[in-house]
Write a protein that binds this ligand. Structure first.
Ligand code: HEC
Ligand code: HEC
Length: 376
């Protein structure tokens, strides 16, 4: 016997919560993808999205009735019938579980979503050298641009797909009056079928996953050093690598890591110390032999030798140019164009060359997308 007459209990609370976590985690990861400074949030929401998709996949095999794939209507005939009836009969009776359209919809969300999460993790590994796949950075950086394009295209497709879903639900709600919007809130649908039941084990499993995804949000968003955010690049000890470089070049400003600029830029910079950004650096400041040692060190650790994202992107964007300041690098300009000029002139930043103000630990060769902050 159903609990309510003319209505069926289709979506138990755990299913509803998971549905909304799938929707909101995707939506927020989409929203936070437009700003580098929100990368850590993007990552947390993306990971949650991955966890709940995986759960939904497993749920499709072991879940309660209406949720399992074997109740899905997947033949072409059923899909055609669904739309024919929808058009011909406004007051048609609907089936409690997934109809042909929503069966296909769910499978496509699962497929697209999994590809988005996978491409995102691989992109993070190859390009940012962090996270689960950070070890892929050295050999597979070359794949990062195609991964980025796939990650973006798939996300836009899924976003459009979600909008189609929302329009479909609104048509059900207001045209067919099947109260579809509230079904995912109350669990009840005006339809034909028997109430769904969920065993204790399934309850435990689903609430464990819900707990895990909320924990993930806290865990990832709160630290850079988690399994999911950790970079494969360790803090560098430049003093041990080359003490003259560390001591002499660190006199007026913090140390710029050698992988930041290409070979020929360092040649230009080291050959032009007599006019170094308006400063005259002579042999009295840095002796000839120290200069030679620093130059050799910089050249052997320049951008061409590195798989840091800055190094590769800087080289890519420079073409034949070999500037000695990052603010002349097109890639640098592009990523900083949204920052207002007055921010760079502010008390805590002073000028655009002071990378260290907004990129903590840059002087130790650490550059983390997850840690960018603008000092107030
Ligand atoms: C006498 C002070 C002084 C010393 C010593 C010095 N610099 Fe600089 N350097 C500056 C100034 C001033 C700028 C301009 C940016 C600023 O105001 O911080 C600058 C800028 C730079 C930049 C450009 C940063 C950017 O992308 O905008 C690099 C790279 C650099 N220095 C490398 C070095 C290296 C390598 C050494 C050691 C050989 C060195 N500097 C020693 C004063 C100095
Ligand atoms: C006023 C603060 C500020 C200063 C100074 C600054 N940056 Fe940034 N940087 C940012 C912000 C904010 C972003 C993220 C922009 C966005 O959301 O797209 C960023 C992004 C970047 C990125 C791109 C990150 C990525 O994953 O693609 C690189 C590389 C970078 N900065 C390097 C530098 C270097 C090198 C310097 C010094 C020459 C520097 N920045 C100076 C604030 C700053």
């Amino acid at each position: 016997m159903n609990k309510r007459p003319h209505e069926v209990f289709v979506w138990p609370l755990c299913t509803r919560i998971i549905h909304w976590i799938i929707a909101t985690s995707f939506f927020f990861s989409f929203l936070t993808s437009f700003q580098h400074a929100l990368f850590r949030w993007h990552l947390s929401f993306g990971l949650i999205f991955g966890v709940v998709l995986l759960f939904r996949l497993i749920w499709g095999f072991v879940g309660p009735n209406y949720a399992t794939f074997k109740t899905f209507k997947l033949s072409y005939q059923e899909l055609q019938d669904y739309f024919v009836q929808k058009v011909q009969n406004r007051w048609r009776k609907i089936y409690a579980g997934h109809n042909a359209a929503s069966s296909w919809f769910t499978l496509i969300v699962l497929g697209l979503g999994s590809l988005i999460v996978l491409s995102g993790l691989l992109l993070q590994g190859t390009q940012e050298a962090s996270g689960i796949f950070s070890s892929l950075n050295v050999r597979y950086f070359g794949f990062s641009s195609s991964l980025l394009v796939s990650h973006e295209i798939l996300s836009y497709v899924l976003f459009t797909w979600a909008i189609i879903h929302i329009i479909g639900v609104l048509i059900e709600q207001f045209y067919h009056k099947t109260n579809m919007v509230f079904a995912m809130l109350s669990g009840y649908k005006k339809a034909e079928g028997t109430d769904a039941t969920v065993s204790i084990i399934r309850h435990l499993f689903s609430y464990a996953v819900i707990g895990l995804s909320l924990g993930m949000l806290y865990f990832v968003a709160s630290s850079d050093e988690t399994f999911f955010t950790k970079s494969r690049f360790e803090k560098r000890n430049f003093q041990a690598e080359n003490s003259s470089f560390y001591e002499k070049c660190g006199k007026c400003h913090k140390i710029y890591p050698p992988f930041m600029l290409p070979y020929d830029s360092w040649v230009r910079l080291m050959d032009g110390l007599d006019n170094h950004f308006g400063e005259q650096i002579t042999e009295n400041n840095i002796t000839k032999s120290e200069q030679m040692s620093i130059k050799a060190y910089l050249l052997s650790h320049c951008a061409e030798t590195s798989t840091h994202k800055i190094a590769v992107k800087t080289l890519e964007s420079l073409g034949d140019m070999r500037p000695i300041s990052m603010s002349k690098v097109p890639y640098w300009r592009e990523v900083h164009q949204s920052i207002e000029k007055r921010v760079f002139k502010s008390l805590h930043v002073k000028n655009a060359s002071n990378c260290f103000a907004c990129h903590p630990d840059f002087e130790y060769g650490i550059f983390e997308n997850t840690r960018i902050h603008i000092p107030k």
